[in-house]
Ligand binder design. Structure first.
Ligand code: G2I
Length: 510
């Protein structure tokens, strides 16, 4: 069991869910340091403020277990980045395929998440047959498409981006097969068709560069005002929020959100990311943090702002580098799925209380190399390095590391050795303890600690060469050991856990 999974249960999240998490944790970790309560997830923090916190995702990403562990636990809402778009769902007129979208709604159901449907009508990712229709055929084709898709996802999708990106930057209507055939009336027609197909779903218009006051958001404001006057079913405005540190923060975002709310509409931040010119550096990452923080603060300041969705949570799966060559690093976690400063900023904006003692914003990572080429012999020889990826020094006395393995038959007592460390092996402590409960490949763990020392931001402990054996020197079979890999050079090791003050700061427990 790992902390991520443990946190994922019990939605809707709230104080009780947290309390249960603490109690469960207290009884599951014996034989090691007392691990403090897990930090609340982003969604738990947002829920406490009456909001959701969500992420985009995509089908290809769901085979990445380290990715889905976070997606399924930190976020209470997901948006399919591509799988509900027209080119996927109706590639040929009248031939519908909801297979990919269904995988996303299944994932959401299994993880207690809501789904924003994205998107029914958009000029992009539109199969070519739509653009080739005679003008008189566009409206019936659009209504059919909306009706089929919104009916299929009735009860699964809580909100739809019915029309996506209807405006040009100057606030004029964007030309598209729909606008060309029906003028701006296509928007009301689309909303009515979506409402008829799924009267329960919240219906949104969604666009980018409408987060602040300006010509484009004025155009959206005028449009939605008119639609409401005409009694067209419309529940909200989605502000994508694809921001960039080099372009500045949207002008008066909170006031802009508030004017839409004052019309009686919900507002949602639907696709938040904050890109930068690469390479990233401390200053750009700091600016990025403040942008993320200010978006969350703006949403929390407007009662009708229902939640924030990030356009995926890790740089590993960002759309940015392929669309804006030379730009990237737009997300809350880096390409190795490690938290960036912006994550702590978002958590703070969501009202996370600093408990003083916990690992809080501590970012440490473990690198591992296998110093033992023999899978079956009488020793296990992990090489470890810890790196401080955060902005503050970490006292090594507060840090412990666990490497899980299986003991097999033979003696149940162990000897452990530090063979070499630039810190000096006399500062390194090590012991073996039994896991309780024992998980697959992990009935024991080697625990490493430090008597003294401190790790500056960016610093590494350097290689710590460790070794252990059973006191009867009987053989191990390391092939199924949880933390072992065949790595012959140092690489990030997510199956080795690092704790700060007993709180998990890195890795996934077995
Ligand atoms: O462009 C960012 C977003 C802007 N707002 C509307 C969103 O729907 C849009 O999402 C992005 C997806 O995140 C990308 O993943 O939309 C892009 C297309 O406009 C998506 O990119 C496409 C690639 O361009 C295709 O080559 C690829 O086949 O994703 C497709 C599926 O992976």
């Amino acid at each position: 069991m790992d902390l991520m999974k443990r946190r994922s249960g019990g939605r809707p999240a709230g104080p009780h869910a947290l309390l249960i998490g603490v109690l469960a944790l207290g009884t599951t970790l014996l034989g090691g340091p007392a691990v403090a309560s897990p930090a609340p997830t982003l969604h738990e923090l947002a829920s406490a403020q009456g909001r959701y916190f969500g992420s985009a995702t995509d089908n290809s990403e769901l085979s990445d277990a380290a990715y889905t562990a976070v997606l399924g636990s930190e976020f209470g809402q997901i948006t399919p980045g591509n799988s509900m778009k027209w080119d996927t769902t109706e590639p040929v007129r009248g031939r519908f395929d909801f297979t990919k979208g269904d995988v996303i709604t299944d994932f959401a159901r299994e993880h207690g998440q809501s789904v924003r449907g994205h998107t029914l009508v958009w000029h992009s990712q539109l199969p070519s047959w739509v653009g080739a229709l005679p003008q008189a055929e566009v409206e019936p084709a659009m209504v059919d498409h909306i009706t089929e898709e919104a009916t299929h996802y009735r009860g699964e999708v809580t909100a739809w981006d019915v029309v996506n990106e209807p405006f040009n930057e100057d606030g004029t209507f964007r030309s598209s097969p729909f606008h060309d055939a029906m003028g701006s009336d296509y928007i009301a027609t689309a909303l009515r068709a979506a409402h008829a197909a799924d009267p329960e779903a919240k219906l949104y218009l969604n666009d980018y560069n409408i987060e602040g006051l300006g010509a484009k958001s004025d155009a959206m404001y005028a449009l939605v005002s008119e639609l409401l006057d005409e009694g067209v079913p419309l529940d909200g405005v989605g502000m994508q929020a694809h921001l960039a540190v080099q372009y500045g923060f949207p002008y008066e975002m909170r006031a802009n959100m508030q004017r839409f709310a004052d019309l009686g509409l919900d507002v949602a931040v639907t696709e938040l990311d904050v890109r930068m010119q690469l390479p990233a550096d401390t200053a750009k990452l700091a600016t990025q943090s403040t942008y993320y923080q200010r978006v969350v603060e703006a949403c929390l300041a407007v009662r009708r702002c229902v939640g924030v969705t990030v356009w995926d949570w890790t740089d590993k799966y960002s759309w940015v580098p392929s669309t804006f060559p030379g730009q990237g690093a737009a997300n809350l976690y880096d390409e190795s799925l490690l938290p960036k400063p912006a994550l702590a900023a978002v958590r703070t904006a969501l009202g996370e209380e600093d408990d003083g003692g916990g690992s809080g914003g501590t970012t440490l990572k473990a690198l591992y190399r296998n110093n033992d080429s023999a899978v079956r012999d009488n020793q296990i020889k992990p090489g470890l390095q810890l790196v401080n990826t955060g902005g503050a020094a970490v006292s090594l006395q507060d840090v412990t590391v666990r490497y899980w393995f299986t003991g097999e038959n033979g003696a149940s007592t162990y000897s452990t050795w530090c063979d070499w460390s630039p810190l000096g092996c006399s500062t390194v402590t090590s012991r073996v303890a039994g896991s309780d409960p024992a998980a697959a490949g992990a009935d024991h763990f080697l625990e490493v600690g430090f008597r003294s020392g401190s790790l500056a931001p960016g610093a590494s402990t350097g290689e710590i060469q460790l070794r252990l054996n059973k006191t009867d020197w009987s053989n191990f079979d390391e092939s199924d050991d949880y933390s072992r890999t065949g790595a012959t050079s140092y690489a990030d090791a997510t199956k080795i856990a690092v704790y700060v003050d007993g709180e998990l700061a890195w890795g996934v427990e077995p």
